[in-house]
Design a protein around this ligand. Structure first.
Ligand code: ADP
Length: 537
């Protein structure tokens, strides 16, 4: 009796140890090894093993842990594993003898119990004895059942843990590969996860960012330059807004200025307490620039179109006054202004049409042989008549300059734009020179002036749509910032290039190239399609 109480106490002690081990370590094999060692000891066995079915639901058992059996002996037990539990009473002993013969182990008796988890068999626990004299009792079976329950729970926990781990790895990989910046913050607003896109976006490395307050790493500023994340943290709006969104500027660690949008999804505990949040951050700089461009477009265009219209209206209104008598000279001058402004209006409308066609990809080139010296002379004649005495125009082309293969009207537009700019941005006057030479398959042509010049950092930007250098002169002179954009598009559609060489205060030289020789008809912006169209496909 005493012995039995002692036995039960020890068993309880072991079960306690196993459950401690289970909470301390979720490694399945370690817990199973403990279970089988104690089970063997408690049932006075000599050895034992635990075999589990694979998680994918196959009915094949695999040994996962053993007590007092070396791993080399495991294969010999394969024939036991294929034996259904119901067959054990009848054929178990014979199988055991075969295994004993193979391995040289003394195995005389066996007790086997299924490990069942929520009515699903997950494996089998086997205990062997070397002695024949005492048979396994009902008590032994009970002991083993208790251990089997523990083993089943261990399997359940470990599989759950493995599943969570796998899910977490998958989630980590998804977050890491996400094209958007993803940042997870804890309940104290500190960064705990920071993906690759986030590193790229902010210039902060993951190692540096993790553990820091998110308002420091992603400092989103409003137009007034205030760090929204510090003074009006979007997460404070959580009680009122489920998924707050903020937009604003950030300066990256490597000094880039970006416009970002950050969306927050809160994570909550079972009682609704705030556990942290996931922030999804996107670079919307390009989108914002496009929006700004649209706004500039509307303000610039309305201003540019309104100016000639009001001049025309003003002159027309004055000339038709009946209470004033005008001299024929005054009439002529007034009508000349009206005509000039109407032409300007027409040019601007044409520019706008060209830009919209260009954006839609449908501006066609009619290619012919064009003599640049003759075309340049024609353009200069037009300007020389109106530009005033402060400007001298010079043409510098070699006599044997071969023709270019180009759209006459479009090249005239290019030269007109460049010469018009040369005049516009040379308030003191000076020499405006148009010249060229040929270089292998290309003609090189330039328009130079002695005007205000363009700072080096602006020399690429001036070719962008609506871009104007922000200086006094540009503010005072009329212009929409479309001229050079169109000029470049036309030159590039011909297969040429355009660039500017300039020094502030000294002047600028715009240089472009156009191909010599015969070329096919091409569409602006859609060279491939135009090629197909002209080859009759
Ligand atoms: P717009 O003249 O209508 O403003 P453009 O696209 O022709 O538009 O030119 C863009 C900007 O480039 C101008 O606003 C001006 O600041 C600068 N720019 C162009 N040509 C010259 C030049 N010859 N000298 C100095 N600045 C120039």
């Amino acid at each position: 009796m005493l012995e039995s109480i002692d036995h039960r106490l020890r068993q309880r002690e072991y079960l306690l140890q196993i459950s401690r081990a289970m909470t301390a370590q979720l490694d399945l094999v370690s817990v199973l090894s403990l279970v089988i060692s104690y089970a063997v000891e408690m049932t006075a066995g000599t050895s034992g093993l635990i075999a589990l079915y694979d998680e994918d639901g196959s009915d094949e058992l695999r040994i996962r842990a053993s007590a007092h059996l070396s791993r080399e002996d495991w294969p010999a037990f394969a024939r036991l594993l294929t034996l259904p539990l119901s067959e054990i009473p009848r054929r178990g002993e014979a199988v055991l003898r075969e295994i004993a013969a193979d391995t040289g182990l003394t195995l005389r008796q066996m007790i086997a119990l299924p490990l069942v988890l929520r009515d699903t068999p997950v494996g089998v626990i086997y205990v062997f004895r070397a002695a024949l004299n005492v048979a396994f009792s009902a008590n032994d079976r009970q002991v083993l059942e208790d251990f089997a329950d523990q083993a089943a729970i261990a399997v359940f926990n470990a599989r759950l843990y493995q599943g969570v781990l796998r899910e977490k790895q998958r989630l980590d990989a998804t977050i890491e590969q996400s094209a958007d910046g993803v940042m997870i913050i804890d309940s104290r607003w500190r960064i705990v996860t920071f993906n690759k896109a986030m590193e790229h976006l902010t210039g902060w490395s993951r190692e540096e960012a993790i553990g820091r307050p998110c308002a420091e790493v992603l400092a989103i500023h409003n137009p007034q330059g205030v760090n929204i994340c510090l003074v009006d943290c979007p997460l404070n709006r959580l009680p009122y807004i489920a998924n707050p969104v903020v937009e604003g500027r950030i300066v990256t660690r490597d000094g880039r200025e970006l416009f970002v949008q950050s969306r927050y999804a809160p994570q909550r505990g079972p009682q609704g307490q705030f556990l942290g949040a996931i922030a999804n951050v996107r670079d919307i700089t390009a989108q914002k620039q496009e929006e700004e461009l649209q706004n500039t477009f509307i303000s610039v265009i309305s201003h540019e179109l309104k100016t000639p219209v009001s001049i025309i209206k003003g002159y027309a209104g004055t000339l038709r006054r009946e209470d004033v008598t005008f001299t024929p000279e005054q009439y002529r001058e007034g009508l000349a202004v009206i005509e000039e402004e109407a032409d300007r209006l027409a040019r601007q409308i044409q520019d706008l049409l060209d830009v919209s066609r260009l954006t839609a990809g449908g501006l066609r080139l009619e290619l012919t042989d064009v003599s640049l010296p003759l075309l340049a002379a024609e353009v200069v004649r037009g300007f020389a008549a109106t530009a005033g005495e402060r400007y001298q125009f010079e043409l510098r082309f070699p006599d044997d300059m071969p023709p270019v293969r180009a759209d006459y009207e479009r090249v005239r537009q290019v030269l007109n734009n460049l010469v018009s700019n040369a005049v516009k941005y040379s308030p003191e006057g000076g020499t405006i020179r148009i010249g060229g030479w040929n270089e292998q398959d290309f003609a090189v042509c330039y328009v130079s002036d002695q005007g205000i010049g363009i700072p080096p950092e602006e020399q690429e930007a001036i070719f962008r749509r609506f871009y104007r250098v922000d200086n006094r002169l540009a503010r005072e002179t009329q212009g929409s910032g479309l001229g050079l954009f169109l000029t470049r598009a036309i030159v590039e559609a011909h297969g040429g290039r355009i660039w500017v060489e300039s020094q502030v205060g000294k002047g600028s030289r715009f240089v472009f190239t156009l191909p010599l020789g015969r070329r096919k008809l091409v569409d602006l912006r859609r060279p491939a399609e135009a090629e197909r169209a002209s080859s009759g496909e």
